[in-house]
Design a protein around this ligand. Structure first.
Ligand code: ZN
Length: 198
């Protein structure tokens, strides 16, 4: 990195964030520069230590600062109802609907043979182990409605056929090609309620 221009260096890092273009990156850089130095230090430290302070929940794979996330540690959440999502932020999106009282399983992957995730690389075993260990009775597939998300849903429906669970897919309503995180809670809540069995 060029030591000559710290602002340009920061802008280069900021534009790699999702949704941040060159113009916003410059605004953020100048804002941080003009703000209380204590704020800049706290911001930097928060970012720098994030990966050591946050880990994956030992049960579901969501991000948490403890061994178990708040949902897995909550005895009121139904263990027999499991919602399978691709990413932690998708579980967050479903939580915001307040329409789901079960638990989550975060894949951290989608089936994408061209991108290097074929059935051999796909983390199927931890999901099946969890279903059997927790006595799960219904699995709701809430992978995104993208090509990879649909392929993953079909693959899982097939793979779980012999496991003795009901398998359903969240209903349409989540726009095709849409990310769960950008779907409003009401639409996503309806998609969850209107799930169809596979
Ligand atoms: Zn968890």
């Amino acid at each position: 990195m060029d030591d000559g221009d710290p602002i340009a260096d920061l802008v280069k890092l900021l534009v790699r964030l999702p949704g941040v273009g060159e113009k916003s990156a410059r605004r953020i850089a100048f804002h941080v520069l003009g703000a209380d130095p204590e704020y800049a230090r706290a911001l930097g430290q928060s970012v720098a230590t994030l990966s050591t302070r946050v880990r994956r929940c030992g049960a579901c794979g969501a991000f948490t600062s403890r061994d178990l996330c708040a949902i897995c540690a909550d005895p009121r959440r139904a263990v027999e109802l499991l919602c399978v999502v691709a990413r932690p932020m998708d579980a967050d999106a479903i939580e915001r609907t307040r329409a789901f009282a079960g638990r989550y399983h975060v894949l951290h992957a989608l089936l994408d043979p061209l991108g290097g995730v074929g059935p051999a690389e796909f983390p199927l075993t931890p999901l099946i182990d969890r279903i059997q260990r927790d006595g799960v009775r219904e699995v709701i597939l809430a992978t995104p409605t993208t090509v990879e998300g649909e392929a993953t849903s079909l693959y899982l429906a097939d793979a779980l056929r012999g496991v003795g669970v009901a398998v359903s897919r969240i209903a349409s309503g989540v726009p095709h090609g849409g990310d769960l995180e950008f779907t409003d809670p009401i639409t996503l809540g309806r998609a969850l309620e209107g799930r169809r069995s596979l």
